[in-house]
Design a protein around this ligand. Structure first.
Ligand code: ASP
Ligand code: MG
Length: 427
């Protein structure tokens, strides 16, 4: 059996839904489970709605109407007015949000976020399952919240693997023989039946969980690029497709910020030896990238850019060495303020890190650090990571740049840089 995963970009309109159904129709190999995200950028819209509701902003209701209209117009275009059951089903699902936003928020914001934002996936899968049935592919809509079991860390639900795999094997596996299963990415359920989400862009991870628990033959993630490229076309004019990638390189690239696959996707697949294919939903005949246990190194150097970086340097006020003891205290503060370190370097009496610039969190971190440490920081920087670097690739990305920090290991080089003429925002 296989798992297919389709993201929001592939399901952004009626034509996208038809295209997904065609790809599924052309799959002839056996049983299939399909994981789908929310349509287009609906998750962002639902996030905005959640924040507006939490702030008791009057615009919340208008935002919600817009989200509803978006989905109903796709349904109308697909079924040309001939979809009463689906229409009612979708309308009833939206009522859950209606009820929630009717009253003032009296609950934990992260909990509210998950109850609202998860609806995007519930609705997209209802529409796609209905369209598959309409076009002669026997599909069964399944609620992922009954299978992906998590704790109650809202917005970043931690998966209970034992429970999840038990329920999937017992209750979901038998359904696959008769139907194509359509289910949601990104969402899970707690033991008390509340909805959780697994973190933004987490649908790839959901697909990997289903693949692992069902011992799938393969997981295919359908993207708007031909496969995994050696750089994001947003930053590079010339990119190359990588036909074969090892789990190891894939996990390194996603860890450093390659956005093509969610970083948590690889581990469950690697642990079971399940191949991951990344293919284009625009050109489904292309072979794409195969990520497997092969040990071949990347055929071309790969580049990952992160912009909007802050470089924070931490110096003990009393000139004590940066050693295990104060490092562990510093790490603990980063963890507590939910600031993820993208790269780091230490010397005798300094410790420097590059992080995504979230001003509020950084400000709080600096306050927490400043009793014992002097802090300096620069903002507006970029971090480039080159996997399988050489001098030529370093020269290519450092034209007109000043390098503020450089970390090299055998295969990976990371540089935090600013434009040569950039206004110096350091403190
Ligand atoms: N719809 C969710 C998001 O946009 C999950 C996903 O797309 O993977 O974050
Ligand atoms: Mg998405």
């Amino acid at each position: 059996m296989d798992i297919f995963k389709f993201g929001g970009a592939s399901a952004k309109d009626a034509a996208g839904v038809k295209n997904i159904a065609n790809i599924i129709r052309d799959y002839k190999k056996g049983n299939l489970l399909v994981v789908v995200s929310a349509m287009g950028n609906i998750t962002n819209k639902l996030e905005e709605l959640t924040y507006a509701y939490l702030a008791q902003n009057d615009e919340a209701h208008a935002m919600f109407e817009e989200i509803k209209d978006f989905h109903f117009s796709i349904i109308n275009e697909l079924f040309v007015g001939n979809a009463n059951t689906l229409y009612d089903d979708v309308a009833n699902t939206f009522v859950e949000i209606d009820w929630l936003i009717e009253d003032e928020p009296d609950n934990n914001a992260d909990y509210i976020y998950d109850q609202i934002v998860s609806i995007g996936e519930v609705i997209s899968t209802k529409i796609i399952a209905a369209w598959l049935n309409e076009t002669g592919n026997k599909a069964l809509w399944v609620d992922a919240r009954n299978y992906i079991q998590t704790d109650n860390s809202y917005r970043e639900g931690k998966v209970d693997w034992d429970k999840t795999s038990q329920i999937i094997q017992k209750d979901l596996a038998p359904l696959l023989n008769q139907n194509i299963i359509v289910t949601q990415g990104f969402i899970g359920g707690t033991s008390e039946n509340y909805t959780t989400t697994l973190g933004r862009e987490g649908s790839d991870y959901s697909a990997a969980i289903f693949a692992s628990c069902l011992n799938a033959d393969a997981l295919t993630i359908w993207k708007d690029v031909p496969g995994v490229l050696n750089a994001d076309p947003k930053w590079f004019d010339e990119t190359e497709m990588i036909p074969q990638l090892s789990y190891h390189d894939a996990i390194e690239l996603t860890y450093y910020g390659a956005t093509v696959i969610h970083p948590k996707t690889i581990k469950p697949l690697q642990n079971k030896g399940i191949p991951l294919f990344v293919r284009s939903f625009i050109q489904p005949q292309g072979v794409g990238t195969a990520i497997t246990k092969n040990n071949n190194p990347l055929p071309v150097p790969s580049f990952i850019f992160k912009v909007n970086q802050a470089l924070i340097s931490i110096f003990p006020k009393d000139y004590s060495f940066i050693i295990e003891e104060n490092l562990s205290a510093i790490f603990e503060l980063f963890h507590r303020h939910k600031i993820k370190i993208n790269t780091m370097l230490n010397s005798a009496i300094s410790f420097s890190v590059s992080v995504d610039d979230h001003p509020k969190q950084i400000e709080n971190l600096i306050i927490a650090l400043s009793s014992e440490y002097t802090i300096k920081y620069n903002k507006g920087l970029e971090l480039v990571t080159i996997r399988y670097y050489n001098q030529k690739t370093i020269d290519r990305v450092t034209v007109n740049k000043d390098i503020l920090l450089e970390v090299k290991s055998r295969h990976t080089c990371q540089m935090v840089m600013k434009n040569k003429n950039q206004f110096d925002s350091s403190l």
